[in-house]
Design a protein around this ligand. Sequence first.
Ligand SMILES: [Mg+2]
Length: 236
Amino acid sequence: MIRVLFDVDETILSLEPGINRDASAVMFKKVFHVDTHEEIIDNVGKTEMGIIQEVLEKVGVRQPVTEQESFFTEISDEAYKIWAQATADELETRPPRVLPGILELLTALSKNPLIQLELLTGGSYWRAEEKLKSVSLDKFFRDSNSNQLRGAFGNMADRRDNLFDIAAQQASPEDRFVIVDDSLIGARMAKEHNIPVLMVATGKATEQELRPFTRHVFPDFGDNRWQEAVKIITKQ
Ligand SMILES: [Mg+2]
């Protein structure tokens, strides 16, 4: 089976500026009692676990931890759930924009019985679910038995690198992976693990910046470029 691991923000959909920042501010206030938000650090491609840790260190609430300790940092599910709910509240009035060609790409891939769509996202399970539900794309990633979203999420590890290891543990030895992402962190993760990757320049990273990592760089999947993406993925 080919497991196609999709990022969410700026790969599948794009939120209006300020939504992620404002939702994180609600969470930091309610859970950690500090006035801050996730954009005081460079948060692109990072996991929610890593972001919470890094922001709290920067505002002086938490001591910096060693790399070994940080992997085991325990942040309660409550923090992620409050963050997800704050995001859902924002999305009710300001829904995300589904990026060009994504619906066509997901629809085509979901019809291939040799392909399984999964998520590999820095967002927590609950926040990814709220974002995808708001544009009715969650159905592509739900397990038909459990109805849970498949994949690895930002509440499971503090670094994106470790998220791939989690996704790999859920797979059989004969399964193959393809990653679809927009961030330089995602591109590096794919390269380090030697996983085929399709990069899409719909986020902060430009086509030029993404090109050293793969020859499969798309401006977006619009104008029928999703068809080329389907060909590349099914050839893996
Ligand atoms: Mg992204």
